[in-house]
Design a protein around this ligand. Structure first.
Ligand SMILES: *Cc1c(COP(=O)(O)O)cnc(C)c1O
Length: 801
């Protein structure tokens, strides 16, 4: 049906009538999207089945990537592109008078994640499949993804997200493969033939039903699987109140927790975590036992990777299955488990490290708790042998201490590999945060600097730039992104630089049109587009950006002759609904925008835009249009960042601290092609005697902007920003905003001065694009494969030809 354009058109029209029961003339965009989606899913089925059979026949090592989040975004064009039928479909639809772009807009984002961590999982799936690796995702099919954000009178308002409203065309429900997940109840210990047997009785069971989504590699016939688990009432419920049971069951996969840093301490969250792990491991083991008659060699054929600690119960769950179901003894089960599980750490923020009180953990997961307890006992004994008498150390390192289960410690002890997500982050883990563990398990620690899939973030989202690149250096960069470095040959090619400039202008105009349509605010595409888009968090310091804008505004008001290259500051950010301070920052950004955008005195020189509901599909429109990328976290706090890489790949220049992967971006582009400012990580970590009030008193610019937060400068907001004022002065500015202010103002001045020299700017931009290949998730995935998973590239020529 996709063999040629005419065949496609014929099939499409037939299918549309059959599926929708109306003629083409009467069909809506929704009908057309559904029809096309179903055709694609059907088309992909053959390769999907073949891929699975190939993996079964070859009996290769398989990777399962367990993640509580997968931030996929839209899949229509991505699938068309990877299947190599984009052009054919686009032209076929065009003949029928349909614009593929409009059909794309029908699709809701699959927003099953909060931010970087979930998007990383999505990029990894694309790279695994595109590189022919047997790697699959396991996650939860939340009924509601991350909330939809509206801005009303400057405040964030959260609406439930409804991505499943029209049904999902990509997924396949597999009810026959459901798994029963037990909660609560008791554990009976019996003796059978001289060994202990554990029976989980009186458990409340929830049915986990898999929905599979095909993950097609880039033009290579490999189709891997993302398996998302849906919570449903068990056909054999053990419950008195059946309605209550049904409600409670479905709630397990109802909502994504809208917070990526704090642990809410909710029973439901722990239930979600065990639900994901139990269902995924049972189904992995079931698949494994179809080909093998025992579990002794499990670790030779299976890798289970846990994306942060949310799926860390994979460790005791695999132990349980190996012992209670497989009949293995503790030592062998432990050997297998610790050669199967690998772990990625995503943060050093202590408030983000998960812990669970025993009083919640033990009754909810009684058998799992017994196993964690045993792991802890044995680990503490080992510590006692290594450090006799060092009670303090044992207390610090224990998995269970002070009535809390520490999930990161369980991950460190029960996995064979622990990786950070950027070089600096991994060093901080080794030297500080996890130094105790590094001392006893140095061989476990390694770095895997994050990456992004250049197929979505350049090839798909910036087609004009992608075409220019291909014209210049040929298409090899699509399979080998490091080839982008060949663009350096064009550094002194004025024709090429002019084309680069022209593409950026057109992308900026497209974004400007969208902003005009959505907000009614007109912005000038010849101004510098200075962009900060990411989750709202104190450590990411959107506040520093806003205070700088207020300062620029003050300067222009004081001195209308003030030399300043006109700028449009663009923000996009969701705040966790319970994060009071972050919501205040959103209100502040919008309040500043209101004031600045309506003041004729700064007209044409300064605009501030807050784009609501930042998400993957919006991100894809923003990155190609950015001149400046704001990566201004307090050094040492951002583990890697991936937004920084998307900007760079689209030719934006970074204004950033030496934090996360910014450090490695600087190494690659050179210090002259990036704008670095502020305290360094070790300066932050070792800072002695910071007193923010001193900066307030001695720097007039700071005093002015900070006072403006509460002195009536903004009309009609009363004491709205008192909490921000207090954080800066009364609470001594935990994130060094005032400390880095002067340095930030200076570097921003340099940005404006550099932009004036268009040719210089374009060369810098080209350098960033050319050096961005390293930050492709293809490179990251190859490193995981070589150093951690040690799997083979599926050699399908061997099996099929
Ligand atoms: C890339 C991405 C992120 C991560 O951004 P950071 O700047 O690295 O925090 C968050 N949300 C979306 C929608 C993204 O595409």
């Amino acid at each position: 049906m996709f063999s040629n354009k005419e065949a496609f058109k014929r099939h499409f029209l037939q299918r549309l009538e059959m599926m929708c029961g109306k003629s083409f003339a009467e069909s809506t965009k929704d009908d057309q999207f559904d029809t096309l989606g179903h055709m694609i899913r059907e088309y992909v089925s053959k390769d999907w089945i073949n891929t699975n059979e190939r993996y079964r026949a070859a009996d290769e090592r398989q990777v399962y990537y367990l993640s509580i989040e997968f931030l996929l975004g839209r899949l229509l064009r991505h699938n068309l592109m990877n299947l190599g039928i984009e052009e054919l479909v686009e032209e076929g639809l065009h003949d029928l008078g349909i614009d593929l772009k409009q059909i794309e807009d029908v699709e809701s984002d699959a927003g099953l994640g909060n931010g970087g961590l979930g998007r990383l999982a999505a990029c990894f799936l694309d790279s695994l499949a595109s590189l022919n690796f047997p790697g699959h995702g396991c996650g939860i099919r939340y009924k509601h993804g991350l909330f939809e954000q509206k801005i009303i009178e400057g405040f964030q308002v959260e609406l439930p997200e409804l991505w499943l409203r029209h049904g999902q065309v990509w997924e396949v429900r597999k009810a026959d493969l459901a798994i029963e997940v037990p909660f609560w109840g008791n554990v009976k210990v019996l003796e059978e033939n001289g060994r202990l047997v554990f029976q989980h009785t009186n458990a409340e069971k929830i049915s986990a039903v898999p929905y599979d989504i095909p993950v097609a590699g880039f033009k290579n016939q490999t189709v891997n699987t993302l398996r998302l688990w849906n919570a449903e009432p068990s056909p054999f419920p053990f419950h008195k109140d059946i309605l209550k049971y049904k409600r409670e069951t479905e709630s397990v996969s109802e909502f994504l927790y809208p917070d990526d840093t704090h642990d809410e301490g909710k029973i439901l969250r722990l239930k979600q975590q065990y639900f994901l792990v139990c269902a995924s491991i049972s189904s992995i083991v079931r698949g494994y036992l179809k080909k093998h008659d025992s579990l002794h060699d499990f670790h030779r054929h299976v890798c289970i990777h846990i994306n942060d600690t949310h799926p860390v119960l994979a460790i005791p769950e695999l132990m349980r299955i190996l012992m209670d179901v497989g009949g293995l003894g503790w030592d062998e089960a432990w050997d297998i488990t610790t050669q199967t599980i690998s772990y990625t750490n995503h943060t050093t923020l202590s408030e983000a490290l998960e812990t669970w009180p025993i009083r919640i953990f033990q009754p909810l997961l009684p058998r799992i708790y017994m196993i964690v307890n045993e792991i802890n006992e044995r680990f503490c004994q080992k510590l006692w042998q290594l450090f006799p008498g060092d009670w303090k150390r044992i207390e610090r390192m224990a998995i269970i201490a002070h009535d809390q289960v520490k999930m990161a410690h369980l991950a460190l002890v029960g996995s064979y590999s622990v990786n950070g997500v950027a070089a600096l982050h991994t060093e901080i883990l080794k030297k500080r945060e996890m130094n105790d563990f590094y001392q006893i398990f140095p061989e476990k620690f390694n770095n895997k600097t994050n990456g992004i899939t250049h197929r979505r973030w350049l090839l798909k989202s910036n087609p004009m730039l992608a075409d220019l690149v291909t014209e210049a250096i040929g298409p090899s960069w699509i399979r080998q992104p490091e080839e982008l470095s060949r663009l350096l040959e064009y550094q002194n090619d004025s024709v090429f630089l002019t084309q680069l400039d022209d593409i950026k202008k057109r992308n900026k105009q497209k974004l400007a049109d969208r902003i005009q349509a959505q907000t009614g605010i007109s912005i000038d595409s010849s101004t510098i587009f200075d962009v900060q888009v990411k989750r709202l968090h104190a450590y990411k310091r959107q506040l520093l950006n806003v205070l700088h804008i207020m300062h620029i505004y003050n300067r222009i008001k004081e001195d209308p002759q003030y030399l300043f290259y006109p700028r449009t500051f663009i923000f996009g950010a969701k705040a966790s609904p319970g994060y009071y301070y972050a919501k205040k920052i959103i209100k502040l950004i919008n309040t500043v925008a209101e004031k600045v955008n309506n003041d004729p005195a700064v007209h044409d020189r300064l605009k501030v835009i807050f784009l609501e509901n930042y998400r993957v599909s919006l991100a894809e429109e923003i990155f190609p249009a950015a001149d400046v990328s704001e990566q201004i976290s307090t050094a040492s706090k951002e583990a890697s960042g991936t937004g920084n890489m998307k900007f760079m790949m689209n030719g934006a220049l970074t204004v950033g601290t030496l934090d996360g992967a910014n450090v490695e971006i600087k190494e690659r582009v050179g210090e002259n092609n990036i704008f670095i400012f502020g305290l360094k990580a070790d300066e932050v970590l070792n800072y002695q005697g910071y007193r923010s009030v001193e900066f307030f008193h001695y720097d007039k610019r700071i005093r002015k902007v900070v006072e403006q937060l509460t002195n009536g400068f903004f009309a009609d907001v009363d004491d709205e920003f008192e909490a921000i004022y207090d954080s800066l002065l009364m609470q001594n500015d935990q994130y060094f905003v005032l400390r880095d202010f002067d340095s930030y103002v200076n570097i921003q001045k340099k940005v404006g001065q550099t932009y004036v020299n268009k040719e210089k700017w374009l060369k810098m931009s080209l350098m960033n694009i050319a050096q961005s290949g390293y930050f492709s998730s293809d490179r990251t995935i190859k490193e995981y494969v070589d150093d951690i998973w040690k799997i083979d590239q599926a050699d399908y020529t061997r099996l099929y030809h």
